[in-house]
Design a protein around this ligand. Structure first.
Ligand SMILES: [Zn+2]
Length: 112
């Protein structure tokens, strides 16, 4: 499992255990947004995690089944269901990434 549900300064988030590299340009992918879905009709809960490369715009979706406990923690998080901008930078820094100049871009862009 490459994903980990973590309590961060900004709230509970789901993050890769190791930084993920962009397959196109080699930059590092940042957490763009995540959203929990309750598929009771199908008998499972899942989360869609979007990771995006701030350098080239590569956008990846990961769809994972998750436990009820993680689903509830993530669903209640203030980060749930939002496009993360400055937060994406802070979360990347929690993973030990230095976002540097990219952080200024993310702060100035309405959407990235
Ligand atoms: Zn890239």
């Amino acid at each position: 499992m490459i994903w980990e549900v973590r309590k961060t300064k900004l709230g509970v988030a789901i993050l890769p255990r190791q930084p993920l590299q962009c397959p196109i340009c080699g930059g590092f992918l940042l957490l763009h947004d995540f959203r929990c879905y309750d598929e009771r009709a199908h008998g499972f809960r899942h989360i869609d995690i979007h990771m995006k490369c701030p350098e080239c715009g590569f956008f990846a979706t990961f769809g994972l089944p998750i436990s009820k406990e993680d689903w509830e923690r993530l669903r209640k998080s203030p980060l749930h269901g939002r496009v993360l901008k400055e937060e994406a930078v802070e979360l990347a820094e929690e993973l030990g990434l230095k976002v540097g100049e990219g952080a200024e871009h993310l702060r100035s862009w309405g959407y990235w």
